[in-house]
Design a protein around this ligand. Structure first.
Ligand code: NAI
Length: 300
């Protein structure tokens, strides 16, 4: 949580667009590392919600990190919150920023439109990055002039807990931009890896087909959900089995990613649609977040 470390890099002010699950986490870790953060949402109510989520999450961090020194913990929470401001006008918010991290809805046209608008008003040096899980960074950047100052910064959920950051460079991302994104990622406390702009980057390209294969295994009746999960936990050392992980990720999300990749790469059998997933989604059984997926999470 050293702010002096954060101030060493070229990026000192970050604008996070979208204050949902991911955006609020990204704003939190940036501010905790000493960055000035502007969080952009579509209205004040959503901004307030994001702010209180960040506040609660910071209190949890402080409780752990400053266990013996609660006064210092309170100071950490207060100082971190003071570095975060909110806005509802993205064009206004980016006028003074070094980095834009976009974490809005996973929709190509909406992301392209947002970045094209910001490209016209952001300072020349500002780097644009998307936190997309499954879309092409090159395509998101295609409506912008600053293709050399554009890349991917792909965080993992929950952002304050998960250590990894995938730093994605397209064929157009300059060495300077890439270096600044890597430095920034390290400053906000993440272990950074370099990826090309390929579908799913590294983690999701391996994880999503594994989840799909586990569901195919169920469909064939090869093993039960519990046995598949136990097998991968005890036999492969995974902290969660693929079926419980699919429930955690949400079947709407996995289906959306698979369908998108299948449409682009119909020749790859790993991305073929899954009847079971389609059925769960149509029944509203999206996993943990709805109380039911492959397993039931309803309190009895
Ligand atoms: P979310 O639905 O929780 O949050 C999105 C937020 O963006 C909403 O609060 C919405 O009001 C806001 N928003 C939409 N359009 C906006 C605009 N034009 N300006 C400002 N705010 C706007 O979604 P989540 O899960 O945080 O995902 C966001 C992005 O992060 C997506 O691209 C997703 O693929 C990616 N991602 C998601 C992960 C996850 O586990 N949920 C993991 C890694 C990446």
């Amino acid at each position: 949580f050293s702010s002096s470390r954060a101030m060493a890099g070229a990026i000192k002010h970050v604008t996070v667009i979208g204050g949902g699950l991911m955006g609020s986490g990204i704003a939190q870790v940036s501010a905790a590392a000493g960055q000035k953060v502007c969080l952009v949402e579509t209205n004040d109510k959503l901004l307030e919600g994001a702010n209180s989520r960040i506040h609660e999450s910071l209190k949890r961090v402080a409780k752990k990190v400053y266990k013996e020194k609660p006064a210092e913990g309170d100071k950490f929470v207060e100082q971190t919150m003071s570095r975060i401001s909110g806005a509802t006008d993205a064009s206004e918010a980016v006028k003074n920023t070094d980095l834009v991290v976009e974490a809005i809805v996973e929709n190509m046209a909406i992301k392209q439109k947002l970045f094209a608008t910001l490209d016209a008003v952001a300072p020349k040096h500002t780097i644009f990055a998307s936190n997309t899980s499954s879309l092409s960074i090159t395509e998101i950047a295609s409506q912008c002039q600053r293709k050399d100052r554009f890349g991917g910064l792909h965080f993992f959920n929950p952002v304050p807990v998960m250590k990894l950051l995938e730093v994605v460079r397209t064929n157009d991302t300059s060495d300077d931009t890439f270096k600044k994104m890597m430095e920034w990622g390290q400053e906000v406390g993440k272990t950074c890896i370099t990826c090309k702009d390929t579908p799913g980057f590294v983690v999701n390209r391996l994880l999503v087909p594994m989840l799909a294969e586990a569901v195919r295994m169920l469909e064939r009746g090869d093993a039960s959900p519990r046995d598949i999960d136990t097998a991968m936990k005890l036999g492969a050392g995974h902290p969660m089995g693929p079926i419980e992980l699919a429930d955690y990720v949400g079947h709407d999300t996995t289906k959306f990613i698979l369908d998108g990749w299948h449409e682009k790469m119909p020749e790859n059998p790993l991305f073929n649609p899954l009847d079971t997933l389609n059925k769960l989604v149509s029944e509203g059984k999206l996993g943990m977040k709805t109380g039911e997926g492959f397993y039931s999470y309803k309190k009895k």
